[in-house]
Design a protein around this ligand. Structure first.
Ligand code: NQM
Length: 348
């Protein structure tokens, strides 16, 4: 029997998953991935024989190592462990699991905690982009107690201030086809990648209002089939190839804001509908909305303000935009929280 693998289970933002040192996992994906499937209990819609929480948002892995890149302190590889399929994908980054990477780096001694606040530079291996995380540290140690809260997560915890570049993560350009709008399967789409590949569409193009509950959308088989057909075609147009087995692009249905934000969102990620909103996905939506003529610009509130609030099923997510010379977004700040839940050994 295996002696288990050291890991920390952590909530990062509105997601949850296993955080591992790269040196504690096999380097070869052919050996590593079956191990991660066993750890999460996949494939099984209930993940009853594993640590996964029966949702893509709680079946995630962060693999961390010291970075050889002098602009970064640590390297972070995100892996999505599918719930009901025997598949592990590195085709997307994850801004929520990213929130736990700085705390994990301190826990594992990869970065020394400062007296009051620590900054960790994190190279996201999935995209090559470098993000930064700043968070309070107490007397040279990580403490998870804090007064920050984020929508979709009960209670309060330590605030993790993230800054992520708004640049293409997996595609060759922010607008990979160059078009502001194009029709796919009868629906007007904007294809964008400002950190997370996403397809932006208007809810009303599907006969929806935009305030539907995620469960209601997931139960609508015709809607899900239509969205998936668009996704497969969009993936090819975006240069991502055959995305039938990938978790990108994210499929975002957008509508005018109703609670004081700039735009309302419902995102297929890509089959389940997010109960909140991914951070990097939010940056891609905002980048789309700031370009005139896009589907997102059509429904977004056009107020000039660098505090960009996106509405989602669980509340709102705010981005602090850093603009570029062309009026687009150079980078985006966001506040997440994270909490260590368990430290020990997990048995595959
Ligand atoms: O877009 C879920 C999440 C995410 C992605 C998903 C994310 C992001 O909320 O930055 O974090 O889209 O699979 O964890």
């Amino acid at each position: 029997m295996s002696d288990g693998i050291p890991c920390i289970w952590m909530r990062g933002g509105s997601s949850k998953g296993g955080y591992f040192l790269a040196s504690d996992l096999p380097a070869d994906p052919a050996t590593r991935d079956p191990l991660l499937l066993r750890i999460m209990g996949s494939p099984d819609p209930r993940q009853i024989d594993g640590m996964g929480g029966a949702s893509p948002l709680t079946s995630k892995v962060g693999v961390v190592s010291p970075s050889p890149n002098e602009e970064a302190d640590v390297d972070y590889l995100f892996l999505q462990v599918f719930v009901d399929e025997a598949r592990v994908s590195d085709a997307q980054p994850c801004g929520n699991i990213l929130a736990g990477i700085g705390p994990f780096a301190i826990e594992r001694g990869l970065v020394a905690a400062e007296a009051a606040e620590t900054k960790v530079r994190i190279r996201q291996i999935n995209t090559g982009q470098i993000a930064t995380a700043r968070f309070p540290t107490v007397a040279g140690r990580m403490s998870y107690e804090g007064a920050a809260s984020i929508d979709g997560v009960p209670g309060t915890s330590v605030p993790i201030r993230l800054m992520t570049p708004a640049a293409p993560g997996r595609c060759a350009a922010t607008f990979p086809t160059g078009e502001a709008i194009e029709e796919i399967e009868g629906i007007a789409c904007t294809l964008v990648d400002a950190g997370m590949p996403a397809v932006l569409m208007c809810s009303d193009a599907f006969g929806l209002t935009g305030d539907e509950a995620p469960e209601e959308m997931e139960a609508n088989e015709a809607l899900c089939a239509h969205v998936e057909k668009i996704r497969l075609a969009a993936g090819r147009r975006m240069g991502l190839g055959d995305v039938s087995e990938a978790s990108v692009p994210k499929m975002c249905l957008l509508s005018p804001p109703s609670t004081g934000g700039r735009i309302a969102t419902r995102c297929f990620i890509p089959r389940a509908v997010h109960r909140g909103l991914g951070v990097l996905c939010a940056v891609s939506i905002a980048a789309g909305a700031l370009r005139p003529g896009t589907t997102a610009a059509e429904v977004a509130d056009a107020v000039e303000d660098d505090d960009y609030v996106l509405e989602h099923p669980g509340g709102t997510l705010s981005l602090a935009l850093e603009r570029n010379a062309e009026g687009g977004i150079a980078a985006a700040g966001s506040v997440r929280t994270a909490r260590k839940l368990m430290e020990g050994r997990v048995f595959p």
